[in-house]
Design a protein around this ligand. Structure first.
Ligand code: FAD
Length: 824
């Protein structure tokens, strides 16, 4: 075995006893049994779990002792390290190689060293704001901080807290204060939370925070604090004041580099200690590791400071290797991180788009992005959860530059796969080619990371172009094409979009202007990509896919009136819910978007007015979908709660305030009414195409069939019905249903009609019968004119199902509330 140098009589002093310092001490002892190692820590604990502190505040980690990874006693007995807690290094004399130490008791002494390691970490930024020193303005940095916050939250009767800072420590603190039962407001000076994310990805996190009752004040600075009784008033720029029992500052960290700077070591503008790739400082006897050290960014070599536990531990270990005479190099950091924000996992690695732009890179020239929504594992296996992945890669070679993921299950695994690929210089093709383990409970045959590679390769090959997340607003001249099914459109309509389901697109290309730019939407982006490929090959020149589909669009464009979805803890208990008309249960577990919403649509159609439908779904997006769908369809959402990673919703048929379709042409003046007067096939087709289009846009439709148009509603074989002679004659002359309708021109005793039907079939255009069926299924209100029925002797039993009989008043009432009224 190639043993490293054993330094008999050599002495190493390590300042700072947590991640960087403790790792250095333990590794050094494993490599060198002879060396004297002294560990100075000014606090009471060494090697404690800073990362676990927020979870002690919320009670997930109940015992304070669980946060103490190693005790001074263990370090002494197992590693023979001279651990001195309550000992602060106050000065370094590099010429004499001496550290001045002050003990908690106030004594001072000098400690000599041969080698010195500075692992002094960082501390929370406390700007000099009025009132910053009030006892109610706290931080969460040490074990005592966590214990005190827990006491305030759990036993101190605190009800309200303000968290200043929307980074991962701020958000973890906010979540845990909510868990402890407090109302929480997060104030963040930037316009978004979670700085490592790009703004559109951060919107997903902001939705989650609001959904769990956290109030957000974004893009606003705190200007000061004032004592209010036993609490505090947090003063914001713009004049707003937030009253709370206490505030927690989490607005960033600054390195504890004062000791090094005073000793004349090279430090950067922020006070971070400059190091080489062996963690050596500007003095060859002094090393630095952890939050206090400035290191290289992996891949670029840029000098960065990334305060994370993984890099701190690695750097401490490398310093130990170097001290023991081993060749070891720190390969740089890429800032890979992950945080839990309520039910979300929020992760990133490498550079984000903000950083690339700030460095002068231009999208489409030097880099491209791909955003996709993928399931954590095979959609047919229960519990699959969608995640939104954004990858950034260089142009033209496709080298991976960074990635961000927001989702639930499987995010940790994917960000680590992407971080590994990034570290090894991976590109789009390597993401596509990597082979991963697969079985349905764990992944998909094409893992989300493979899919990111496929999508990125398609972008590089020019097969697809993605719109930016806010491009529809920025380019109002571009048309919006929604290729989802009509019932999906009801949940989240895309404003101003033409709805042509993907299956019908080839047959309906004529409805789209080839000369226009189009942005294509579907639920998650897959159908939109297929549609874009059809359009590109049919001569449409400017086609872009909306990344991540309507799912991502809805998350990044929340409706102002959308109710946040409550967490299960604050929801009414199911067994307490009233259950008058009987409740039908619908289990949509394992179904992926749009499956659950389509299932609800179909189930409610079979139920009587007032019936309750209880739906359980594992698709987390269902919570928002069902809320939006109920608002638009006039059904009442009685409960909508997250349960674990799933959703439980109770829908009562009818009783909602704003019927959107199928309830007549009300709906805020956006309804469409059509008087279907003519019974010619071509005119019937025109009416039905318009009606289906309007339904797809979520607009209520009323079709008033009168005179010759009425024949379209007749059954083919109505059975025996007693009629007068005149009525029987009329019955014989009128077509029996829409299938028998003749063309207004070139019918030639049915030959033209047959030809028209043949052409429509070949071009995969829906037949008139199919369009009528779709209009009924889509919720159009079909009214048969009672007066015309009387004149022509048409009996109610003769009409197809789903038709109401009404007079002109019925039509006029709906027409008054519609914005389009057509006579065809
Ligand atoms: P520290 O862990 O800060 O240790 C430095 C030690 O040096 C301190 O104990 C300090 O008392 C001591 N010291 C300083 N000056 C002197 C002196 N003059 N004399 C003697 N002792 C001195 N990172 C992640 O990667 N993931 C996470 O989930 C995560 N969560 C976090 C949650 C919270 C609430 C906090 C506060 C941090 C979190 N971090 C997380 C960051 C991570 O904990 C730090 O990056 C890591 O601890 C840095 O290690 P370090 O050894 O450099 O410094």
């Amino acid at each position: 075995m190639n043993e490293s140098k054993q330094a008999v009589g050599r002495k190493t002093v390590i300042v700072g006893g947590v991640a960087g310092g403790a790792s250095c001490a333990a590794r050094l002892r494993r490599l060198d049994e002879e060396r004297e190692i002294v560990l100075l820590e000014r606090g009471d604990y060494i090697s404690y779990a800073n990362c676990g502190l927020p979870y002690h505040v919320g009670g997930t980690i109940r015992r304070r002792e669980a946060l103490l990874v190693t005790s001074p006693e263990t370090m002494r007995s197992r590693f023979r390290v001279d651990v001195r807690t309550g000992h602060e290094a106050v000065a370094i004399d590099r010429v004499r190689k001496v550290v001045a130490v002050r003990t908690a008791a106030g004594e001072t002494y000098e400690e000599t060293y041969d080698d010195l390691v500075l692992a002094t970490g960082s501390e929370p930024v406390r700007p000099r704001l009025p009132g910053i020193d009030l006892p109610q303005v706290r931080t969460l940095w040490t074990v005592p901080d966590a214990v005190e916050l827990r006491r305030l939250a759990a036993e101190g009767g605190a009800k309200r807290a303000v968290v200043v800072g929307g980074g991962f420590i701020g958000l973890e603190t906010a979540e845990n204060l909510r868990a402890a039962g407090l109302s929480v407001t997060v104030v963040e000076a930037a316009g978004q939370v979670m700085a490592p994310l790009d703004p559109e990805m951060a919107l997903l996190v902001e939705g989650e925070l609001r959904g769990h009752g956290v109030e957000l004040r974004l893009g606003v600075r705190v200007e000061g604090f004032e004592q209010r009784g036993s609490g505090v008033a947090v003063r914001l720029a713009g004049g707003e004041t937030l009253e709370a029992d206490f505030a927690v500052l989490a607005i960033g960290v600054k390195p504890n580099g004062g000791l090094a700077a005073a000793a004349g070591l090279a430090v950067n503008a922020r006070g971070g200690i400059c190091t080489d790739d062996g963690m050596r400082t500007s003095d060859e006897s002094v090393y630095a590791a952890g939050d206090v050290a400035e290191v290289a960014e992996a891949g670029t070599g840029a000098r960065v400071m990334v305060p994370l536990a993984g890099p701190a531990n690695k750097q401490g270990r490398i310093a130990a290797d170097r001290l023991a005479g081993r060749e070891a190099r720190y390969a740089g950091t890429q800032g890979t991180s992950i945080a839990k924000v309520f039910s979300l996992a929020v992760a990133s690695t490498g550079r984000n788009e903000k950083a690339l732009r700030a460095a002068g890179w231009t999208r489409g020239k030097e880099y491209e992005t791909a955003t996709l929504v993928q399931n954590s594992h095979a959609g047919y296996y229960p519990g699959a959860e969608p995640m939104t992945i954004k990858v950034l890669f260089s142009l033209p070679e496709g080298r991976l530059l960074g990635a961000q993921i927001v989702g639930r299950g499987g995010v940790d695994k994917r960000i680590d796969m992407l971080a590994t690929a990034l570290r090894f210089g991976g590109d789009a093709a390597s993401l596509r080619n990597l082979e991963f383990a697969y079985a349905p409970p764990f992944s998909s045959a094409k893992d989300p990371v493979n899919m990111a590679g496929y999508v990125a390769c398609n972008v590089l090959d020019g097969l697809v172009r993605f719109a930016e997340w806010n491009e529809p607003e920025r380019r109002p001249e571009a048309g919006r094409l929604d290729v989802r099914e009509a019932a999906e459109v009801l949940a989240h309509p895309v404003e101003g979009a033409v709805n042509i389901p993907l299956g019908e697109l080839r047959g309906r290309l004529g409805e789209l202007d080839k000369g226009k730019a189009w942005i294509v939407f579907c639920a998650t982006g897959v159908r939109a990509y297929n549609a874009a490929r059809i359009l590109a090959q049919k001569g449409f020149g400017d086609i872009k896919v909306y990344p991540g589909g309507v799912r991502f669009h809805a998350a990044t464009h929340p409706e102002p009136d959308a109710e946040p979805v409550a967490a299960a803890a604050s929801a009414a208990k199911p067994e307490e819910a009233e259950d008058k008309g009987g409740t039908t249960r619908l289990d949509c577990t394992g179904m992926q978007c749009p499956g659950p919403i389509l299932a609800v649509h179909q189930a409610l159609q079979k139920l009587p007015e007032g019936a309750r439908l209880e739906v359980v779904a594992s698709d987390p997006g269902f919570a928002k979908d069902v809320a939006a769908w109920c608002r638009r369809t006039g059904n009442r959402l009685e409960e909508n709660t997250r349960e674990g990673s799933g959703v439980r919703a109770v829908v009562r048929k009818g009783g909602g305030e704003v019927p959107a379709a199928g309830g007549g042409a009300a709906g805020g003046g956006k309804g469409k009414t059509l008087v279907v007067f003519d019974g010619d096939l071509d005119k019937l087709l025109a009416s039905l195409v318009i009606a289906n289009g309007a339904l797809a846009m979520g607009r209520p439709v009323t079709m008033f069939f009168t005179f010759w148009g009425l024949a379209a509603l007749r059954k083919k074989r109505p059975g025996r019905i007693e009629k007068t002679f005149a009525e029987t004659m009329f019955g014989w002359m009128l077509p029996r249903g829409i299938g028998q309708a003749a063309l207004s021109k070139l019918d030639f005793c049915g030959a033209g009609r047959a030809m028209m039907k043949w052409v429509m079939r070949r071009k995969k255009i829906d037949s008139a019968e199919e369009l009528l069926r779709k209009a009924i299924a889509g919720g159009a209100k079909l009214v048969a004119c009672s007066m015309s029925m009387d004149v022509m002797g048409i009996r109610p039993e003769e009409l197809i199902d789903g038709v109401e009989i009404g007079g002109v008043g019925t039509y006029l009432a709906d027409a008054e509330e519609a914005d389009v009224n057509l006579f065809i």
